[in-house]
Write a protein that binds this ligand. Structure first.
Ligand SMILES: Nc1nc2c(c(=O)[nH]1)N[C@H]1C(S)=C(S)[C@@H](COP(=O)(O)O)O[C@H]1N2
Ligand SMILES: [Mo]
Length: 508
């Protein structure tokens, strides 16, 4: 093959694999989003990724790690597709490359915890479509000519091959787009069910300090801005009518609950701040909302958890497992199985139809989304997903304060400077005081925003007559039990970051 022929063959392979991917993604939108070939391969990769690589990806890419992973999978697939194109022209072995690619994806798809009976279909279809498109005659380029021959030199052949490849690639992208539209979980899922009435509704939320301080996190995080952390590459789509919660393990009476039954149980409302153990000091993997749901202990007590159990292992639709101490789910903190946040059913992204919310615990040990099963067991017997990857088995939220205003590195004028932020201590009765310090000066108390309860963050604000020069600003919080937040600097791994946040401002 000449170099030009090789190039056309690669292009043909690329277009064929794109077409296959599009067809696979379209089929997966009907059969279950996790069966889409690149999603299945990406999800399997997440589970197989060694700890250090995952940490590196999260710390360098943050929440862009998912798109980056998918992009990586696509690049590899397209490169292998190009290779298949070349091999197909050279010695007809391209088919084997495509069969292998399809088999890898099919294997990944059927190994997903939420895989249905038909999960391998999109992968098989993808490789069949790619193999078929590699045979489209319009794309054939002459291979029998002398090595000097050049497809572009043969009237029209090169242009025809280019055009056909372009059309194929377009068809693939089109199918993928249609699949994405069909598969997209409904935005707010507000129509999915109507919310039950609460016997004891909470008073409306007081006005927050954000109306006076621009740049300060609002007292209630809008659902659209609420951080998202999970391992799901495709957000699970759960039919609320088919959803069941199984309560089993070391219990006297295992049982199953439908959503309709759950909705008939006594409902509670609670204002709770949720945060991720991966949140660095000063970070924004934290959000606050009003949750509506059923007390977890009401659901557990019907099953009768045996005294031998010290953890509840919760399982999600997509196979995530999370360990929560039995005590945290049965004491008076108000751990709940939430069905709504901020006055609407949960969005698919935040766990529709039912998720756990456990005040005082980081999300990875108490906030299982797309919840399907609660198993009473022991820490000695069962390890959850993150515990087998080096994170602490138990983790209370650490007391923290965050400076939102001014931004680190900001240039500000001399004169009164507003310093503001949020502080939280869900595991220790909330926040009783926040102080700020400029350079090595005295600690000065900030004004606190409205008190929304010990499980909720507290806004704060202080004013400092800024003088010219570069200054550092530090904040610290005191919890509701009177204990100052620790100055010990710790990374998020293994049980949450600690240390004081310091920012630098340039006053001119
Ligand atoms: N099914 C499932 N639930 C999950 C997770 C997950 O990966 N899968 N991640 C947990 C983590 S680490 C956090 S911090 C919270 C985040 O919830 P959010 O995305 O609604 O903010 O969900 C928790 N629940
Ligand atoms: Mo998390």
């Amino acid at each position: 093959m000449t170099r030009t022929q090789t190039r056309y063959a690669a292009l043909h392979g690329l277009a064929a694999s794109l077409c296959g991917l599009g067809a696979g993604h379209l089929l997966a939108s009907l059969l279950g989003p996790s069966s889409s070939p690149p999603v299945a391969v990406g999800s399997a990769a997440i589970d197989l990724t060694p700890r250090w690589l995952k940490d590196w990806a999260v710390s360098t890419l943050g929440t862009a790690d998912k798109p980056a992973l998918i992009a990586g999978v696509l690049v590899v697939v397209l490169a292998v597709g190009a290779l298949a194109g070349i091999l197909q022209y050279r010695n007809r072995t391209g088919d084997w490359v495509l069969v292998t690619l399809g088999a890898v994806a099919a294997f990944a798809a059927q190994s997903r915890p939420d895989a249905g009976q038909l999960a391998i279909i999109p992968s098989i279809a993808a490789s069949l479509v790619a193999m078929a498109t590699l045979r489209i005659p319009a794309l054939r380029i002459p291979t029998t000519r002398a090595p000097t021959s050049h497809p572009a030199a043969e009237p029209g052949a090169g242009r025809r091959a280019l055009l056909a490849s372009g059309l194929l690639a377009g068809a693939g992208a089109g199918m993928a787009y249609v699949g994405a539209r069909i598969g997209a979980p409904a935005g707010a899922s507000g129509e999915a069910f109507s919310l039950p009435v609460v016997a004891d509704p909470l008073p409306p939320l007081p006005a927050g300090l954000e109306s006076a301080v621009s740049g300060l996190a609002p007292l209630r995080t809008p659902v659209a801005d609420f951080y998202r952390i999970d391992t799901a590459l495709a957000i699970p789509r759960i039919d609320p009518d088919a959803w069941r919660l199984r309560i089993d393990g070391d219990v006297a009476r295992p049982y199953e609950l439908s959503l309709a039954e759950l909705l008939r149980m006594p409902m509670v409302e609670a204002d709770i701040t949720l945060n991720c153990v991966s949140n660095p000091v000063g970070g924004d993997y934290i959000g606050s909302s009003r949750w509506l749901g059923v007390l977890t202990r009401d659901v557990l007590s019907r099953a009768g958890v045996r005294d031998s159990a010290d953890q509840i292992l919760s399982t999600s639709h997509d196979g995530m497992t999370i360990s929560t101490p039995v005590a945290a789910l049965q004491d008076d903190r108000g751990a709940m199985l939430a069905i709504a946040m901020d006055g609407r059913p949960l969005t698919p992204m935040h766990g529709f139809p039912v998720r756990m919310i456990t005040p005082g615990l980081y999300g990875y040990v108490g906030a299982t989304k797309w919840l399907t099963r609660l198993t009473a067991t022991t820490y000695a017997k069962e390890q959850a997903y993150w515990s087998t990857r080096g994170w602490a088995e138990r983790a209370d939220v650490k007391t923290q304060s965050r400076i939102d205003v001014p931004r680190d590195g900001a240039k500000v004028p001399t004169g009164d400077l507003v310093i503001a932020g949020v502080a939280w201590s869900q595991a220790h009765q909330g926040i009783s005081r926040v102080e700020v310090r400029v350079d090595d000066g005295e600690w000065v108390s900030a004004d606190l925003g409205p008190d929304v309860g010990g499980h909720y963050w507290r806004q704060w604000r202080a004013t400092w007559p800024a003088t010219a020069g570069e200054h550092t600003i530090t904040a610290r919080a005191t919890d509701g039990e009177g204990t100052l937040q620790t100055t010990t600097i710790a990374a998020p791994d293994p049980d949450g970051a600690s240390g004081l946040q310091t920012i630098v401002v340039r006053v001119q």
